[in-house]
Design a protein around this ligand. Structure first.
Ligand code: AMP
Length: 209
């Protein structure tokens, strides 16, 4: 199964992708996580990417396409993958299609997680990440244990101001790629508001339909 998970920042993509990875036994590949790791490790890619990420802009296509193409060639992704955060632009979508076609492969489904913008602000500003396990928490809806609470961090780009830019960017850049996948008949829409387990079950049902 080769699946894309598309949704605005704060739609629960990362949380759901981790759960679906476990259910389907395919790796969750997050372009945002890979970029943040490069930033933390101060690799040349990370140093370049940070200039864009720190103010909510998209990292240039050629950088992101390179890391994703390398990642989906790894042995653990040969039976499938769940891509989260990529593609974000039409050139990225086209590059992914080319890379798959070159290996005689194709995408199976594009899952669009639907969450209205007005719900997203509260979700994002309360989001915290455990730097040890990468587990995602929310200070109100999914609080960490007191022990983990001492070490959780807030992402640098999870502020209301940066979020507004990221949401505007999401709508401007990602909507055309949804059209692209609609034309290929791959898009399934899933309601991303409500109970986390129910959303996971809806995604699995939609993928298997
Ligand atoms: P995310 O964790 O998916 O919200 O991504 C965090 C940040 O990483 C984004 O705001 C972008 O700056 C960058 N990023 C992640 N994925 C991509 C992508 N596919 N194309 C360009 N920039 C990306």
């Amino acid at each position: 199964m080769r699946i894309l998970l598309i949704g605005p920042p704060g739609s629960g993509k990362g949380t759901q992708a981790d759960r679906i990875q476990n259910r389907l036994g395919i790796p969750h590949i997050s372009s945002g996580d890979m970029l943040r790791e490069a930033v933390t490790n101060k690799t040349p890619l990370g140093v370049e990417a940070e200039k864009y990420m720190s103010h909510g802009a998209l990292v240039p296509d050629e950088l992101v396409i390179g890391i994703i193409n390398n990642r989906i060639r790894k042995p653990d992704a040969q039976e499938g993958f769940l891509l989260d955060g990529f593609p974000r632009t039409l050139p990225q979508a086209q590059a992914l299609r080319q890379a798959l076609v070159a290996s005689n492969l194709q995408l199976d489904k594009v899952v669009r997680l639907m969450v209205p913008d007005d719900q997203i602000i509260g979700r994002i500003t309360g989001r915290r990440i455990d730097p040890v396990t990468r587990q995602i928490y929310h200070i109100e809806f999914n609080p960490p244990t007191p022990e983990i609470a001492q070490r959780v961090i807030q992402r640098q780009d999870d502020t209301a101001e940066t979020l507004r830019k990221r949401l505007a960017k999401f709508h401007a850049d990602t909507c055309p790629i949804l059209d692209y996948y609609h034309k290929l008949g791959l898009v399934i829409e899933v309601n991303g508001v409500g109970d986390v387990q129910q959303i996971e079950d809806s995604i699995i049902a939609a993928i298997n339909a």
